[in-house]
Write a protein that binds this ligand. Structure first.
Ligand code: HEM
Length: 402
């Protein structure tokens, strides 16, 4: 990675889908600079799949040779440095991930369904009380609060802290993501710290209590720091990604009335809208990186030991080599909607079934409640998030209609 004719990925100037088209045409792995960080971008579906499962590409930071040269304080810097399972491999990764598999089992999720439905109805009732002919930002008023409430309940954030949490996450909503605001991340850190301390004294039926019990029973299988990193990861990973999914699906469906009709008439299930949105407009754009443990060759490109490879999920979802010449079309009738939006291999998203369930419930209820809903601005004119990690619009303004 020595040449300096790198493609620059910059949230301020990007047109993400156009950039990705350019990168896919340029090769299987392309040298880029992402927020000042030099990396190889894996933009094609097949290459990304190879990267996600390659035994010599690791999520462990210690394998990143140029780490010291990285500009401090970037969003990437803040995310790669935590000690959660996301940045662990092998035995340590299994040890951190295993205790959570029960929390995300189908049985637990089935138990959560009625609660997600209840929270959705409450949000829709609030929307129904708003003037039907004035613009409403559905990102802020609907897509944002739902996953926040769900993840707070799952984790076990007590009611006494909800108001503080709402203030914090509403502020995060304004900047697009927690990774882009170190101050807000610090505040959330403080709040979670307090909640964890309280749960230690007053156990509940939630994930923090489960993790504590395991911690005590198994002689500290997770260190205090790991326990904290796990809870913080769940909060971050489980929130804004799902906000982007719901926002992107609303935008796609309101822009494609024929596709929306397929859902409303029952010819396609809402689960298809969730899957096609994940493929067509992946909630994650460029993230995370893996580091080459030794020199490796991927699709004919040599990556030297210590170099980082960046996963480009939104690009893989529109790769014509994988999805044919109509890859750019939002189409619920595709024979089989497969995608990499939740990753693949050992780090496959732990929350995928939860995100799918939330998306399905939220979209079904929203489109049933507001049959005359319209975008106030064409989707392509809505400004994107000001971050490389997330892929969505900053707002989703609609008229709810009669
Ligand atoms: C990992 C995407 C929702 C928790 C991942 C990865 C992706 C992803 C791509 C893999 C990263 C890698 O390969 O290195 C998404 C998307 C979501 C979503 C697009 C929403 C639409 C959630 C939710 C939760 C969650 C709701 C939890 C409540 C996690 C965790 C990991 C992860 C804990 C780390 C797994 C590991 O490293 O073993 N997610 N996610 N995610 N996700 Fe999600």
């Amino acid at each position: 990675m020595t040449d300096d004719s790198r493609f620059i990925l910059d949230p301020a100037t990007r047109d993400m889908h156009a950039d990705n088209e350019h990168l896919r045409a340029a090769g299987p792995l392309v040298p880029v600079t992402a927020e000042g960080v030099p990396a190889w971008a894996a933009t094609r579906y097949a290459t990304l799949l190879a990267v996600l499962t390659h035994p010599d590409l690791s999520r462990e930071l210690r394998h990143w040779a140029a780490r010291q040269a990285m500009p401090p304080g970037t969003a990437i810097d803040r995310i790669v440095t935590d000690t959660s399972m996301l940045n662990a491999e092998g035995e340590r990764h299994r040890r951190l991930r295993m205790p959570l598999t029960a929390a995300f089992s189908q049985r637990r999720l089935n138990g959560l369904r009625p609660r997600i439905e209840e929270l959705t109805v409450r949000l829709i009732d609030r929307l129904a009380g708003m003037p039907p002919d004035e613009p409403v930002d559905l990102r802020l008023e609907f897509a944002y609060p739902l996953p926040r409430e769900v993840i707070s309940e799952l984790i076990g954030i007590p009611a006494a802290h909800q108001e503080e949490l709402h203030r914090l996450t509403d502020a995060v909503a304004q900047v697009g993501g927690l990774e882009d605001s170190p101050e807000l991340r610090k505040e959330l850190h403080g709040l979670l710290d307090q909640v964890i301390d309280e749960r230690r004294d007053t156990p509940g039926e939630d994930l923090i209590t489960d993790l504590f019990e395991l911690h005590e029973k198994d002689g500290g299988r997770l260190s205090e720091e790991e326990l904290f990193a796990t809870i913080e990861l769940l909060f971050i990973a489980g929130h804004v990604t799902t906000v982007n999914l719901i926002t992107n699906a609303i935008g796609a469906l309101l822009s494609e009335p024929d596709q929306l009709d397929l859902l409303r008439s029952g010819r396609c299930p809402y689960s298809a809208a969730v899957e096609e949105t994940l493929r067509w407009d992946s909630p994650i754009a460029y993230f995370p990186m893996r580091y080459a443990v030794r020199d490796v060759e991927i699709d004919g490109v040599r990556v030297r030991g210590g170099e980082p490879v960046l996963a480009c999920f939104a690009s893989a979802g529109r790769d014509p080599d994988q999805y044919g010449e109509h890859a750019h079309r939002f189409d619920l009738t595709r024979e089989q909607i497969t995608h990499l939006a939740f990753g693949h291999g050992p780090h496959f998203c732990l929350g995928a079934p939860l995100a799918r369930l939330e998306g399905e419930i939220a979209l079904g209820a929203l489109f049933a409640a507001f049959p005359g809903m319209k975008l106030t601005t064409p989707l392509e004119e809505l400004p994107p998030l000001d971050t490389l990690l997330g892929n969505s619009t900053r707002a989703m303004p609609v008229l709810l209609g009669p």
